[in-house]
Design a protein around this ligand. Structure first.
Ligand code: HEM
Ligand code: HEM
Length: 240
């Protein structure tokens, strides 16, 4: 995307995002394994099936999706074909893992005899994965195979970037709602201490995810090199 005139390059934000992504992955694993009993696809204890949901949606969908978005800024010297392939493959893996993470939530609900789609989190989550998949197919067809004409690609690119950032932010919002919802359930139905270690851990994980998202969005609207930063100030027409 063109420089947004923020006066900074993407590098510090991509570095921060790598660290924040790794920290959020570590924290969600600590939460689900150390505090929530572990992870399993088949188990008598259905909570272990649920635990796969936050782990896979956060690490497989949000963190991997973040890396996919930043790839153009992290490896600017790679040839066009390789960087495009990496972008589309990482987004493809993120979409599949996101869908699998959602399947785990459905599996948990169904095996517990609970209803589906009762929360805003579930509605936004479903919208997110569907829009993400549409964005992927649209990107693939336009920019990769069969590939649109140069004029159409040029016109489509700002929309691709805008809608890509939009659906990514939607994934972040969904993640935040998911953490809030699960923590509230635990506090109300299991009597989890509102000021205990676990509640603090979940809130800190959510804050790390917000910071991750902010870093990725700034990285995607800032240029790679100093020389691409606009140096001059152009007044608006009629402005002194
Ligand atoms: C972008 C990431 C995420 C997406 C796309 C997503 C999507 C979904 C969907 C579609 C459901 C509905 C399943 C059903 O109706 O049976 C669901 C359930 C649930 N998710 Fe997530 N989720 C995400 C991340 C998280 C995270 C990080 C947590 C934190 C614990 C979480 C907590 C929950 C809970 C508690 C439920 C069961 C209650 C409900 O249906 O609202 N989710 N999620
Ligand atoms: C859900 C999947 C996708 C999302 C969320 C997404 C999102 C984005 C975002 C946010 C950018 C801007 C990055 C930046 O300028 O720093 C971008 C750029 C781009 N994407 Fe995607 N994308 C997706 C899938 C695809 C696919 C499948 C292709 C096919 C090759 C593709 C091709 C491109 C191209 C060519 C650019 C331009 C990079 C540049 O030169 O500035 N994207 N995408």
């Amino acid at each position: 995307m063109a420089a947004a005139g923020l006066g900074v390059t993407a590098a510090p934000f991509t570095k921060a995002a790598h660290v924040l992504g790794a920290v959020s992955a570590f924290l969600v694993l600590v939460w689900c394994i150390r505090f929530r009993g572990g992870l399993a696809l088949e188990n008598e204890n259905k909570n272990l099936i649920f635990n796969l949901h936050p782990v896979i949606t956060l690490i497989g969908f949000v963190v991997l999706g973040s890396e996919a978005i930043m790839i153009y800024k992290v490896f600017p010297s790679w040839d066009r074909y390789t960087v495009k392939m990496t972008h589309l493959i990482l987004h493809g893996i993120a979409t599949v893992l996101g869908a699998f993470g959602i399947y785990c939530a459905f599996k948990f609900h169904n095996e517990q005899g609970m209803s589906n789609f009762y929360s805003l989190h579930a509605w936004l989550g479903m919208a997110t994965i569907v829009l993400y998949a549409i964005q992927w197919v649209y990107g693939f067809v336009t920019f990769f195979f069969p590939g649109a004409s140069p004029g159409v690609r040029r016109a489509a690119m700002p929309w691709h970037v805008l809608l890509g950032i939009f659906v990514y932010v939607l994934a972040l919002v969904t993640t935040e709602l998911g953490f809030l919802e699960k923590l509230t359930f635990l506090e109300i139905f299991v009597g989890l201490d509102k000021f205990g270690m676990e509640a603090i851990l979940v809130n800190i994980t959510s804050i790390v995810v917000v910071l991750l998202g902010a870093s990725v969005v700034v990285a995607s609207v800032t240029p790679v090199h100093d020389k691409e930063i606009p140096q001059d100030y152009a007044p608006l027409p009629g402005e002194c």
